[in-house]
Design a protein around this ligand. Structure first.
Ligand code: GTP
Ligand code: SPV
Ligand code: MN
Length: 603
């Protein structure tokens, strides 16, 4: 093997010695320092085509179809660990293992794990390169798929190496698919190991991932860094790292508002981020679709930055009717499609892309597929990976190191019952209570059962790098750091409530602009609201429903706070609070729960 140091594009001693150490441990055939160039993309994608991992698409420029191992299709929450020094600091919502024990055990998995493979070293930056304090990372990986995906999802390559000078802090991200190619062993299109560990060492700002090549398990800048490790950095440094989209809205009067919204995985962030408003005169522009870092600006307002540079979006359900801007983005090429179906003429297809499926496809398991096959052609968690810069509705501010000042934050989940279409919180602390008790039905974005209602505080349940009780306190503390009128107003939404016929009560997608309009008019003081035990909801007539064919009783049902449904809900919130435990659950939240209980009893 070549000595890694000889070819390093950096003299940063901590980077060089770490790369040497990992090369010694994992024993790759060679080490490649990634420069993030178009040449590198061409070389690696060509290699992936030759290996059979990628199929080059005929119908989209510079784009590729990819099918994963059928066992490696989503985040593995049960294999994800927060290895803080003390178990108590990981809190009751995370898997924990002692960091020394975890490293000892994983070191044996990594030993020789890259045999027969190339080790790639990727320098990346989460957020704009010109940020006051850019957040760097270096990922070591033995997956070409990960290397090219990181080119889309992060700012990476030479520009980052140039800034990563001696002494600069960076997050160490170690990744191996865990499939060494010992003498005589041939590779598979999607190497991975049955054993998987996604481990975080929050105090050390270090990530060790082993065994999976898919999404958030393997593209370590995303959930592992920008949420789990960054949430801990944010706690220490007085800011917030959140599972939120960022959207710019311009009203017919040309007033600009920026909003953020937190929904659990596969609950509508990307779709809202690329909103195509059905309300006349409104414009929506995209800033981020999955992660937001929130910091106070000098104006005392909370500013949001998107740390990512690409979208890793859920494919099924994405079509010209639901998300035309996502369709335009991928049409421009330069994209990777994983676990969708492949058409006979070299294009991609998934459920919901068109009304009628093609007569023949190759499905995500590489089998022949016809409309009578009886199984979806695309995996429900199949994804497109595409650069944000080529989104036709991207706002110029998306790359602004100062971020955008937020007028409102929306929290929402996927709930068939109980949770109204939209509720305005009564105060910051009441908003934090609503967010803390957020719940949603589980989706295919993580392995495990789909459709089970669980509490998902701030849509961060699987992404918190520390104790959930401390996190709630941190949210409450943020609310004390500026004057109340400068804080974003918190709203609670649910696009997914169903009627007696089991149909969605609200049409969603572009029609969600009507809900956002009401919320922004509330902030401007020009929209009517009625009090419910949960908070304020639109009065009949306060939502602009022009041109929408839904009858008022359906809207009434969507907005209803039903005390009988809340009997169960209160019990589930009690359970959450009991799990968090007395000394770490902020009293403020206990008080908010008591106040809600009282208002419900009086209703
Ligand atoms: P992650 O990338 O996993 O974090 O998901 P996400 O939160 O970005 O969700 P996304 O926007 O990709 O939507 C997930 C699924 O919900 C897709 O199948 C969408 O078609 C569907 N969806 C999104 N918005 C709406 C909506 O307003 N109403 C309804 N009924 N479905 C929606
Ligand atoms: C999510 O699950 O919230 C995602 C996909 O955005 S992944 O990158 O796999 O986490
Ligand atoms: Mn997400």
């Amino acid at each position: 093997m070549n000595t890694p140091t000889a070819t390093a594009p950096t003299a940063h001693p901590a980077v060089v010695s770490w790369v040497d150490e990992i090369a010694d441990l994992t024993a790759p055939d060679s080490v490649v320092w990634c420069d993030g160039s178009a040449d590198e993309w061409d070389r690696l994608t060509t290699q992936l085509v030759e290996k059979g991992t990628f199929v080059r698409l005929e119908r989209k420029p510079n784009s590729f179809w990819c099918a994963s191992d059928p066992e490696d299709v989503a985040r593995v929450e049960d294999r994800t660990f927060i290895c803080s020094q003390f178990r108590a600091d990981a809190g009751p919502t995370n898997n924990w293992m002692d960091p020394v024990d975890m490293k000892t055990m994983m070191t044996e998995h990594y030993r020789g794990a890259m045999a027969g493979r190339t080790m790639y070293v990727i320098a990346f930056c989460m957020g704009p390169l010109d940020a006051a304090e850019p957040k760097f990372g270096v990922q070591i990986t033995d997956s070409e798929y990960v290397a090219v995906s990181m080119q889309i999802m992060t700012r990476s390559g030479t520009a980052v190496w140039d800034r990563l000078t001696t002494g600069t802090a960076f997050v160490k991200c170690l990744h191996s698919v865990g499939a060494p190619l010992h003498e005589g062993r041939t590779d598979t299109p999607w190497p991975c190991d049955h054993t998987k560990y996604i481990s975080h060492f929050p105090e050390e700002r270090t990530i060790w991932s082993y065994g999976s090549g898919y999404g958030g398990n393997a593209l370590l800048g995303k959930k592992c860094y920008a949420l789990r490790i960054a949430s801990k950095m944010a706690k220490d440094e007085g800011w917030l790292a959140e599972h939120m989209l960022i959207l710019k809205l311009t009203s017919p009067e040309q007033k600009v508002h920026y909003i953020a919204a937190a929904f659990p995985s596969s609950c509508g962030k990307t779709n809202l981020a690329m909103l195509d408003p059905t309300l006349d005169g409104w414009t929506a522009e995209t800033i981020g679709d999955d992660i937001a870092w929130l910091r106070f600006g000098e104006d005392g307002r909370l500013h949001a930055v998107n740390p990512e540079a690409g979208f890793f979006g859920v494919a099924p359900g994405t079509g010209l009717l639901t998300n035309p801007h996502a369709m335009d983005t991928i049409e421009r090429g330069n994209s990777i499609f994983t676990n969708v179906a492949l058409t006979d003429d070299g294009d991609i297809w998934w459920e919901g892309l068109t009304g009628t499926p093609p007569a023949h496809l190759t499905d995500w398991k590489r089998r022949d597929w016809t409309p009578t096959s009886g199984e979806p052609a695309a995996h429900p968690n199949s994804r497109y990976c595409t650069p944000i810069a080529q989104c036709p509705t991207v706002a110029p501010e998306w790359d602004d190191p100062a971020g955008v000042p937020l007028s409102a934050i929306f929290f929402g989940g996927r709930r068939a019952t109980t949770i109204p279409l939209v509720t305005e919180s009564l105060s910051w602390r009441h908003g934090v209570f609503l967010a803390a008790t957020l719940s949603s039905e589980t989706t295919a974005a993580a392995t495990g059962k789909v459709g089970v209602v669980r509490r998902d505080p701030m849509a961060m349940l699987p992404f918190l790098g520390y104790h959930v009780g401390d996190y709630f306190q941190h949210w409450l503390d943020i609310g004390e750091k500026t004057s109340p009128e400068l804080l974003p107003k918190i709203f609670y939404v649910n696009w997914f409530r169903r009627g007696d016929d089991d149909e969605f009560l609200w049409p969603g997608f572009g029609e969600n602009s009507r809900i956002l309009e009401w919320a922004l008019r509330r902030i401007e003081g020009t929209a009517e609201a009625a009090a419910t035990p949960l908070g304020h909801v639109p009065t009949p007539g306060a939502l602009d429903l022009t041109g929408l064919k839904v009858d008022p009783t359906t809207i009434g049902a969507a907005l209803r706070v039903d005390p009988t449904e809340w009997v169960t809900e209160l019990r589930l919130i009690d359970e959450l609070f009991a799990t968090i435990g007395g000394n770490r659950l902020p009293d403020v939240l206990r008080e908010e729960l008591a106040a809600l209980r009282q208002r419900l009893a009086a209703a």
